[in-house]
Structure formats: C-alpha cells, structure tokens
Design a protein around this ligand. Structure first.
Ligand code: UDX
Length: 438
C-alpha cells in the first residue's frame, strides 16, 4: 500500500526531501505555517535555487504524489509517517535553537490519532530524539503508540536532488524493527538498487550525522593548512592532493584547498559538536582546531589580498568575484567572501561585487557596495580581483581580457581555478592557495 507521508517545514531540507520521497512513489504532503510560502509552492514557485528541484517538484505534483498545504493538524492526522524538517538555527550561546522542533513535536502529539512513525530529518543535537519523544508524549490527549526515527540528511547544496535520489547510504536510527521496516519501504527504490541502508539506534544515527560532517570539515581544514605550508616551501598542493588521494584510505574527495569552508552546515555543526562534547566532559580537540583553522584561513585570504595591493586597502577598489559559499548555490551564509568584503571596507577600500546568482542574497548583508551583472563590468578599472567562488565562468575567463580591464594586473585566486603558469606568462601579480610557481 502507498504510504501517506507528511513533511513538516518547507525549507531547504523539507522541499528537497518531500520532492525526493514522492519521486520514490510515496504520496507526500509538505506543510508549513507560512501561508505565503505554501501559496507560492502551490503556484509552482520554488523559493530556493537548487538545480533540478523545479523539475522534480513539477513531475510529482503532476503525478498527484506531491502537494502543499498549511493544514498542519489535518495532514498529521491523515499521514502514516511524519518527517520533521523545520529549521534548527544556531542560537546566541552556540547551542541549536530547538523552539521550532519543540512546537512541531507538540502539534504532532496533539494530533496523533493512530500509530505513526515520527522521523527527524533536520540536524538536531545528539540526544534530541529522546526529548522529541517526551514532548510528543506530553501533548498527547490519549495514549497512542508511535515510533521515533532519526533519518539524517547528507544533502549538499547545489547537488541536493542528486544526493537525495542517489545517496551513498541511508541511515535509519530506529529503536525497533517495525519502524525500520516502514522507513525502508519509504526508500524502496533505493533498497532495490542495493543502496546501503544502515539500521542503528536513534542516538547512533544522530552521532553519525555530526561525526560525518565534522570529519569532512576536518579534512578541508587539514588540507588548507598543508596548502599554506606548500606556499612557504614551494610545493604544489594540487600534486600533493593527487598523490594523497590515490591512496584508497584517504580518497581524493574533500581535499580541495580554498578560502575556508562556509555554508549553513559545517560551521554550525562543528560548533554544536564541540559544545556537545564539552557538555559531556569530552574535549574534541581536533574539531576545535578545525574551527580555528577555518577562521584563520578566511583571514589569511584577506592578508594575501592586502599584500598583493601593496600592504593597504586604503582607497583600493577590489573586484570580488563569487559571493556564494561555493558554486551552484545563491547561499552566502558564512561565505569567505563576507570576511573579504568586510575587511576591505573596514580598511578604507571599495568593493565591486559580482556573483552569477548570489548578488541578491549578498545585498542583504552588504547593501552599500557596488554590484555588477557581469564579471567584466566588476573588473573594469579595479586595482585587483579576488576570486572567492569556483564558478565555471571564472574558470574559463579570458585572462588577456581580464588584464585589459583591470587598472593593474593583480589576482588572488582563492579557489585555485586559474592556471598559475598562464598568469605568470601574462605578467600578473598573483597569489593562490598553495600553488606558487617557483
Ligand atoms: C555539507 C555536507 O557535504 C552535507 O553532507 C551536509 O548535509 C550539509 O553540509 P554543503 O554545506 O551544502 O553540504 O556543502 P559542501 O559541498 O559539503 O561544501 C561545504 C564547504 O566546504 C564549502 O564552503 C566548500 O567550498 C568547502 N569545501 C568543500 C572546500 O573548501 N574543499 C573541499 O574539498 C570541499
């Protein structure tokens, strides 16, 4: 029988998960308390930029497997499985703000009318599952049986649809077989394709999410430090990572040096993991080092830029190309471009900003800098250019044209996407991350 599924929260995780689960053949209703958002979704307007999401939503709405509603209570009552996908932002004290999770748990409890599986997709602090169970039980009118499951997401912005439909693994933290089997059925097409399905208990699933993200962030901070060392001794970080990545135990993934990681997950998750461990009397020193290294990496990029423009940003106009925290997204949260822009402005310089899609989002943080609609316009008469995001259109930029547009031929390539030999041949004064040509 086709399962009826509710996804509560139509943010990034909610929409992608709802669309993906419906694509697996389930009947999904995505709910939110924001009426305007639901109305837009009903009209086919997706509030976030995510390649392929538009298409998968349209396809499943048309097939009657996916719809949107503001009727939270009603949707809970008619569903067999309820996914919680509301936001868990970082509060002032570094702890996750669980007020939305708490409110949703209460609504679920109030509307439990028969056995259901309640499953959390949002990233919640380790141990939250126990609290959610308590909050649901506390608001239940009659004693009704339910199972709680932790099913963390491992979606990357920019490739979230692909990540959802073709995951490396699905982690299902369920404390009994009944709930595990029901969840396995939600992911039936993946199960048939032999995608690994890991059945753990709830707390272990919660731990897997933090341990995975923290490990990836650790890898990036590590390689950034090695790249900085390469800078000093004249080794080529790309050859170093190639050599390292051939070792199957290391793998070449997440070994790309850059201006430091950003986004909505890594910085927040690392902080939460570190605080959680301290609260439990354990110090994760490697994670703390990764956090610190990342902050320093962002600052290091601004120092490199300052050095390239002669030691001071005063009255210098810098073209900042790429504002998003990585390519294929309009998300600027914790983006290294923010540190770069802030430092330039604070030190008396000016910024010409350009991003293929993130100008709009960055305008909310820096409304007073100049934004351009092409990289060529942003570079006109600038004293230097800083490439902050690895957009394909920067990889292929005509360097002779770039040189003719700039007031002086100065480039900081924080993503190592330009060929250093060509920059050298064209007499650019340039720097990158661990690829000095000696
Ligand atoms: C991440 C995780 O990958 C995902 O599993 C989790 O669910 C959410 O957080 P996301 O934040 O979308 O996804 O981006 P990701 O592609 O992982 O990149 C994170 C940051 O690391 C970006 O700033 C990126 O530029 C940087 N990065 C990534 C590097 O600097 N080097 C690398 O080799 C890889």
């Amino acid at each position: 029988m086709v399962k009826k599924i509710a996804v509560i929260g139509t943010g990034y995780v909610g929409i992608v998960s709802g669309a993906g689960i419906s694509d697996f053949g389930n009947k999904v209703t995505c709910v939110d308390i924001l009426e305007q958002k639901i109305q837009s979704l009903k009209n086919g307007i997706i509030p976030i930029y995510e390649p392929g999401l538009d298409e998968i939503v349209k396809r499943n709405v048309k097939a009657n497997r996916l719809d949107f509603s503001i009727q939270v209570s009603e949707t809970i009552q008619k569903s067999d499985i309820i996914f919680i996908a509301v936001g868990t932002p970082q509060a002032e004290n570094g702890h996750a703000d669980l007020s939305a999770i708490r409110a949703v748990s209460k609504t679920i409890g109030e509307n439990l009318n028969r056995y259901k599986v309640i499953c959390t997709k949002s990233t919640v602090p380790i141990g939250t599952g126990e609290n959610i169970i308590k909050w649901i039980k506390r608001s239940m009118k009659n004693k009704i049986e339910f199972d709680y499951v932790s099913n963390p997401e491992f979606l990357r912005e920019g490739s979230a649809v692909k990540d959802f439909l073709l995951p490396d693994r699905v982690v299902i933290g369920a404390n009994n077989d009944r709930a595990f089997k029901l969840m396995k059925d939600v992911y039936r097409p993946l199960y048939i394709n032999e995608t690994p399905m890991l059945h753990t208990n709830v707390i272990t699933a919660e731990m897997i999410k933090y341990a995975s993200n923290s490990f990836l962030a650790l890898k990036i901070s590590y390689i950034n430090e090695v790249a900085n060392l390469c800078d000093i001794v004249g080794a080529d970080i790309h050859q170093v990572t190639k050599g390292m990545g051939k070792d199957g135990r290391i793998s070449p993934k997440f070994l790309h040096p850059g201006p430091g990681f950003g986004g909505s997950c890594f910085p927040k998750d690392l902080n939460a993991f570190s605080i959680f461990s301290k609260d439990n009397g354990v110090e994760l020193r490697t994670i703390e080092a990764a956090i610190l290294t990342n902050l320093q990496q962002k600052i290091k990029m601004t120092n490199k830029m300052e050095t390239l423009v002669g030691g001071s940003f005063k009255n210098k106009k810098i073209a900042v190309l790429g504002l998003a925290f990585k390519s294929n997204t309009d998300d600027v949260r914790e983006s290294p471009a923010i540190t770069m822009i802030q430092t330039i402005i604070d030190n008396g310089g000016f910024v010409n900003a350009f991003d293929p899609i993130a100008n709009r989002t960055m305008k909310k943080i820096f409304p007073d800098i100049d934004y351009y609609t092409t990289w060529e316009d942003a570079c006109k008469n600038a004293d230097a250019v800083a490439i902050m995001t690895e957009w394909n259109e920067f990889r292929g930029m005509d360097l002779l044209l770039l040189k003719s547009l700039l007031k002086s031929a100065v480039v900081l390539d924080t993503r190592n996407i330009l060929n250093p030999k060509t920059l050298l041949e064209l007499n650019f004064n340039f720097d990158n991350v661990g690829r000095k040509v000696i």
